[in-house]
Design a binder for this molecule. Structure first.
Ligand code: NAD
Length: 437
């Protein structure tokens, strides 16, 4: 199949490269000329494990190419994916659909022959109807079907997720699209990945419902962690105790500094807004959003307390800036609010992240960016682990103790155990594990 992928960010580039790897002929398009020239030169503009090899091998096999212009690839395409950003709209929290609508307008001008237009971006219920309306208005002669096919990949494990999905959700209103989409995903279908066909609106809602549920699960265990701290219980044991129940499941039960990233914060908020607009408020999700917003600042207060209660004039080291490991994505990372909280309390912050510092520099000011965990810990009054990168899982505490001003570790990802840390003379604070402190 000939595929045009509009938008070559985290989702578009991974999806495009994987679809090419399935044997399809794919052109990844982006308005960002720098991104496209980097890709053409064999450089990958984002950090995603395994993506560089996948892109290079498919370019070499002549199945994957890059362009800033969509006219030709769209005219030649059987399927056009829209994978542009849908950030929170400034001011009201609704999803900003301006990039999706602009892409639809441009696509309309270039369609030739029957073409399936697939919205892969996360978009509110009814966006498919609007995309269809825009294309019809721009090009009344066009023969097309608009499909919803939300993406569930996780940054950091994106290729594995795309190639081995739990399910592929496809929302259609035109039966002709069923066959085309089955062909697109044939290799996965043969691997037993369930293809779930629904109506277009249902498919759009599935994506938001999935993200909201996961955000709620994280928030639930975070509240349990706070309760554990007050009743002297251990949240990791609580998580294990409930997670072994198959109806609950063990995943997304790691207590921490609150969810962040490019999806959960904006998608939960957009769902709240959509639900309010349609007169069916989702109170659970409204509360989830509020709890999570407050949590990040609360984590800064937790660090301040652990560091003695007054950190004015002190220096705090922060390990990990991205919202999770194995990505360079800094969008809505909890580190942003936590560092702000530490700075507001009067501290100087030193920070290190294996991949996130390039983007962090544009987002977090007045931070001393360092070259590794030990450089970060040099002379600090306390060290806070915010993201659980593998590089922080086996720190040399003898070395840390010799270079830190005070041996205080605040582990917001629960990656260490109190007894291992105490051996080195460290004071240790975790999340929801008071008995160990
Ligand atoms: P991104 O910001 O990394 O990439 C979007 C790209 O689209 C940018 O490179 C931008 O230059 C380009 N673009 C915008 N308008 C364009 C146009 N008219 N023509 C060509 N290119 C255009 O965003 P992302 O993280 O890949 O997310 C894309 C969508 O996928 C969002 O709706 C997001 O919610 C959803 N999603 C993201 C993830 C994730 O983990 N990042 C997972 C699932 C779903």
């Amino acid at each position: 199949m000939r595929i045009a992928m509009i938008g070559s960010g985290y989702v578009g580039l991974v999806s495009g490269a994987c679809l090419a790897d399935f044997g399809h002929q794919v052109t990844c398009i982006d308005k960002d000329a720098q991104k496209i020239s980097a890709l053409r030169a064999g450089e990958i503009p984002i950090f995603e494990p395994g993506l560089d090899q996948l892109v290079v091998s498919n370019v070499q096999a002549d199945r994957l190419s890059f362009s800033t212009e969509l006219a030709e690839p769209v005219a030649a395409a059987d399927v056009v994916f829209i994978a542009v950003g849908t950030p929170s709209r400034r001011g009201d929290g609704h999803a900003d659909l301006s990039y999706v609508h602009a892409a639809a307008r441009e696509i309309a001008q270039s369609i030739k022959g029957f073409t399936v237009i697939v919205t892969k971006s996360t978009v509110p219920v009814g966006t498919g109807d609007e995309v269809e309306r825009i294309i019809r208005e721009e090009n009344p002669e066009a023969d097309f079907a608009v499909v919803s096919n939300p993406e569930f990949l996780r940054e950091g494990a994106a290729i594995e997720d795309f190639k081995h999905p739990d399910r592929i959700v496809i929302g259609i209103e035109d039966e002709r699209a069923r066959e085309v989409m089955t062909e697109v995903y044939r290799p996965l279908y043969l691997n037993q990945a369930p293809l779930l066909f629904t109506s277009r609106r249902t498919s759009e809602l599935i994506k938001y419902a999935a993200n909201a549920f996961l955000a709620m699960k994280i928030t639930f265990i975070n509240e349990m962690a706070d309760l554990c701290e007050n009743v002297n219980a251990n949240v990791q044991d609580v998580a294990r105790g409930i997670g072994l129940d198959k109806r609950i499941g063990p995943k997304f039960l790691n207590a921490g500094p609150g969810y962040g990233g490019s999806c959960f914060p904006k998608d939960t908020l957009a769902l709240v807004k959509t639900a309010q607009d349609y007169g069916a408020p989702t109170r659970l999700i409204e509360t989830t959003v509020a709890i999570n917003d407050q949590r990040k600042r609360a984590m800064a207060r937790k660090a301040v307390l652990a560091a003695g209660g007054d950190i004015r004039g002190k220096t705090i080291g922060v390990l990990g800036l991205t919202f999770k490991p194995n990505t360079d994505d800094m969008r809505d990372a909890p580190s942003i609010a936590i560092i702000q909280g530490l700075q507001d309390a009067g501290a100087t912050v030193r920070a290190f992240d294996p991949e996130g510092m390039k983007h962090a520099r544009g987002l977090i000011n007045d931070v001393v960016y360092t070259s590794d965990p030990y450089d970060c810990a040099e002379g600090v009054d306390a060290l806070v682990i915010v993201t659980e990168w593998n590089a922080f899982r086996a720190l040399d505490f003898t070395r840390l103790k010799s270079i830190m001003k005070a041996p205080i570790l605040i582990d917001l990802r629960n990656i260490y155990r109190q007894e291992e840390i105490a051996r080195y003379g460290f004071s240790y604070t975790a999340v929801g594990r008071p008995g160990e402190e």
